[in-house]
Design a protein around this ligand. Structure first.
Ligand SMILES: [Zn+2]
Length: 438
């Protein structure tokens, strides 16, 4: 069944989350509304049994957890992981360009951007600025132009007949978006524009100067339910804000005696190696603080399970040959278990087996994906977290089309399937493995 309100809430969440900073702020808001208390990594934590907490790092990664009244070393944690970032165009530090009287911005690629859908879109710009205030202090703030302020027009087919069907792009010269015509007064400063916007959006901060920024372009058009029967969700950043949102909803809605945790990390699309990325210390540091010592931590990790939720490739009817014929996940047929013999995905038969068992009991269909043997496989935060923490891990995700496009397509019924699957997983109480003598 399609859960229309869940899908509409997801679309609204994604639209309010144009960058990992905004996604983290939105997740925080959602969790705080549900009774989660924000912690600061700099403080001494005094955690209570029955408590619900969240903590962020770099304003762009978030961990939320709920502790039940039990010994965490005995019961471990049920963890769901996802990532807050998506491939996009980042504004360069000195972005001002004027060509033919047009004011443009220099941009840098972030992650593996599928480029052609970025052309002819109504683009806006958002992200984090670091500023100096009137008292000479450093501060950070989120800003969002929140209007279509830029466009990258494509080249007319008449001017490029040779490559019309297979355009190639030079990332340095073909991508700078147009922001306005300046004629013969080209003295525009992007930092000045930012300062004006930041002062208007945060008058209380007394911003004097924008010292630096991390900003990206995004599609101003909101996501939508599409199709004669509304079978599809189309939106930017479904990879992987869909999993962040459904993961947060599942954590909030979850019940039971288990200790449960959600980790949403930045920088997955560029390899996860950063202070707040999955290859950093964030999760490990939080787990250390949940346990009283190394013995307890080791026992807790041994009794924990992690599901890394990140979208999978649905088999595209026009490109079916890109999939192994026996492993072509369909939209709206449930979450996909991602398997790779070379450990590009962390799933193994035990973690996949548990997921199949739980989904069977919850009435959720499950599919599986393995890349064609003659193609290279992508990866996720699953193997990175599994190797950093040593936790049993499973890689799953809902099937999608157009991964890393500015507008991706997912199945409208898969959000509910994922939610139900994660709810079942979060409530799973460890049982000893079956042995032959039983
Ligand atoms: Zn992803």
């Amino acid at each position: 069944m399609t859960n229309t309100s869940l899908n509409q809430n997801l679309i609204d969440f994604i639209q309010a989350s144009p960058t990992p900073f905004h996604a983290t702020a939105m997740l925080r808001q959602l969790l705080e509304k549900a009774g989660y208390t924000a912690l600061d990594e700099a403080d001494h934590w005094q955690l209570q049994a029955g408590g619900r907490y969240l903590v962020t790092r770099n304003d762009s990664s978030l961990i939320a957890f709920c502790l039940e009244d039990n010994d965490i070393a005995d019961s471990g944690l049920r963890m769901v992981g996802a990532h807050t970032d998506s491939p996009c165009l980042h504004v360069k530090p000195e972005p001002d360009l004027v060509n033919q009287g047009y004011y443009q911005l220099g941009v840098e690629l972030y992650g593996g951007v599928l480029l052609y859908p970025w052309f002819d879109r109504d683009l806006s710009i958002a992200g984090r600025i670091s500023y100096r205030n009137r008292q000479q202090r450093l501060g950070n703030a989120l800003i969002d132009f929140n209007e279509p302020v830029a466009v990258i027009p494509s080249l007319a087919i008449h001017l490029d007949r040779d490559s019309a069907l297979t355009p190639t792009f030079n990332a340095q010269t073909h991508l700078p978006p147009l922001l306005m015509q300046v004629g013969d007064q080209p003295e525009v400063s992007f930092r000045e524009l930012l300062r004006e916007l930041a002062r208007a959006q945060h008058p209380e901060l007394n911003i004097e100067a924008v010292l630096d920024f991390e900003l990206s372009l995004y599609d101003h058009q909101p996501g939508s339910l599409v199709g004669l029967q509304q079978d599809f969700i189309t939106s930017a950043r479904l990879d992987n804000l869909l999993s962040c949102y459904i993961g947060a909803r599942a954590l909030i809605d979850s019940k039971g005696k288990t200790n449960r945790l959600l980790v949403c990390s930045d920088h997955e699309e560029v390899g996860s190696t950063s202070s707040c990325g999955a290859d950093g210390t964030f999760l490990k540091s939080v787990l250390e603080r949940l346990c009283t010592g190394p013995q307890e931590l080791a026992r807790c990790i041994n009794r924990s399970w992690l599901i890394s939720a990140d979208n999978a490739h649905g088999i595209h009817p026009n490109y079916a040959d890109r999939h192994d014929a026996n492993h072509g996940p369909l939209l709206n047929q449930g979450p996909v278990i991602k398997i790779n013999a070379n450990q590009r995905y962390a799933s193994n038969s035990e973690t996949a087996g548990l997921f199949r068992l739980l989904c069977e009991q919850a009435g959720v269909p499950v599919q599986s994906f393995v890349v064609r043997s003659d193609m290279a496989c992508g990866s996720t935060i699953g193997p990175i977290t599994a190797s950093a923490i040593g936790v049993r891990t499973l890689d799953i995700g809902v099937p999608t089309f157009g991964m890393h496009s500015i507008r991706e397509t997912a199945g409208a019924r898969d959000t509910d399937y994922l939610h139900r699957a994660l709810l079942a997983f979060l409530a799973y109480e460890n049982q000893a493995l079956h042995r032959p003598e039983e």
